[in-house]
Design a protein around this ligand. Sequence first.
Ligand code: BES
Ligand code: ZN
Length: 611
Amino acid sequence: MSADPSSFASAAKCVSRHLNLSLHVDFESRVIRGKVAITVEVLEERLSSLTLDTRDLKIVSVDANGQAARFTMGPRHSFKGTPLEITLPFDLSRGQHVIVEVTYRTGPTAPALQWLTPQQTAGKKRPYLFSQCQAHHCRSMLPCQDTPAVKHTYYAQVSVPKDLVAAMSALRDGQDADPQDANRVIYRFRQNVAMPSYLIALVVGALESREIGPRSRVWSEAEYVDRAAFEFSETEAMLKTAEELAGPYVWGSYDILVLPPSFPYGGMENPCLTFATPTLLAGDKSLSNVIAHEISHSWTGNLVTNATWEHFWLNEGHTVYLERMICARLEGEPFRQFKAMGGWKDLQDSVSTFGAQNPLTNLVPSLREVDPDDAFSSVPYEKGFALLYHLESLLGGPEVFMGFVKSYIQMFAYRSVTTAQWKDFLFAYFKDKVDVLQQVDWDAWMFTPGMPPVKPAYDTALADACIALCRRWIQATERDLSGFGASDVAELSSHQLVEFLALLLQEEALPLSHVKRMQEAYDLDARMNSEVRFRWLRLCVRSRWEEAVPAALRMATEQGRMKFTRPLFREVFGFDKYREEAVRVFLAHRSAMHPVTSGLVAKDLKVSADQ
Ligand code: BES
Ligand code: ZN
């Protein structure tokens, strides 16, 4: 197994098998006081020390099988954090187990955690805490072997103020009054399926929930529950479709938590409890593909896991592939083709943002001394999907290729895999078609920057209307502008509207008169679908429409999904006259932003850490 460049822990020496967590969540000091007992299996002879990942943690004490153990903190690394080196009070041999117990406190700048004031919540009355551990942030919530190569089960007890509710990426196992403090409650959780550390997740807030299916509830602040239940009503249908495609769902329940607007991602596949941004609440279920995506991770990602973040495409590429198979089953094959085309465009955008020579646009990049957050882009998703779709068309179509994906899942379930293992299995599965596989330019697909060597042919049935309307706008002269009207878009779905705007964003900026006319004709300003609004505001700023600048900065700050917030800030920053305004607005909001988002936006806007 290749070493993980994002972690100090060595999965070759020993591996964590189970975590027993006790967490005390203190909103006054914004600290979690924790104790974690890790059951470690020894993989080598005469093991006398081990290393855990930590970041910004204060380590209080370490025990091994109940005996005090010596420990030291190594030098701090910019994004890996600080290795916790533990010397065991005894030697162990291969096959033995040891329970290492660490008592610790989280730091005020833990990148895994966002602590929200009551003002930052929908209810405005109670504080809120949520975690986001992927990729390498779990170590700032608890000391652990923070590498996806290692899988463990977990049990947790979480003490919180009694008017708040805690939830985790696990099954609920009851709650009791905290015997130490009458004002607190202890919630218990168990995760019986072994999973990597990045899938540990915690939320504490004034949460309510509502049933949406036989194994599913939605969770959120009271203000969002009904809208969320409506938006995600297709959950059970998606789960059943996913099971038909990929095999049984092994995690028991599948709940969805709708977070406050600063949640940095669209969705996060925390087992048993997907975390989702409220920007999915479009009112018409049109953004539910994100739920199909997170459901798909229950197989690709959570059961079969990338061994390191260099193999992230195994998680995301296969998940996008499964997501689009679910969409094909529920909406029809033309819709899959349409979404695949949109994905190819997202890939082009990422490649042009990073630069076509940038090694981070490799499907399998080297992450030596690269922060996984800096490497994040659509590349692993869409270059990964494009490769799988290309293989699908070479090897016999969706039914045949889905057979491979299902077997890959069965083969590697409960394990972590590298690209080499995936490829060996592909060649073994298609042993009768090795000649076809040998024609694939693997080096170009996997280890070469820029766009893939082959552009898949997608059916354009649903995209044609978007392409034609985009052409009309690009070619229109001032005199043609009166010819545009509401009927141009009356028949377009919100997906098609998104595609139309995305196509325009790949062209030279439209003249300002054109976007003003577009607003008159289509009233895009009134569209509240976040995917539509995001692209519309970018288009307006791109055409130097000054009135759009405050609206763009408002969207960038009123919600914090990085997919929207980062490009909106960058777009305004690229408008010379408003460059300083972008920086000013960022600095004004910075302290209330999610730590990872504020770090990345600071880099995007070339703002230094102490500015
Ligand atoms: N696992 C990712 C989110 C993630 C990736 C968090 C890397 C931290 C580090 C999640 O499954 C995801 O891909 N979400 C997408 C959904 C989309 C591709 C349908 C998102 O957030 O937009
Ligand atoms: Zn994903």
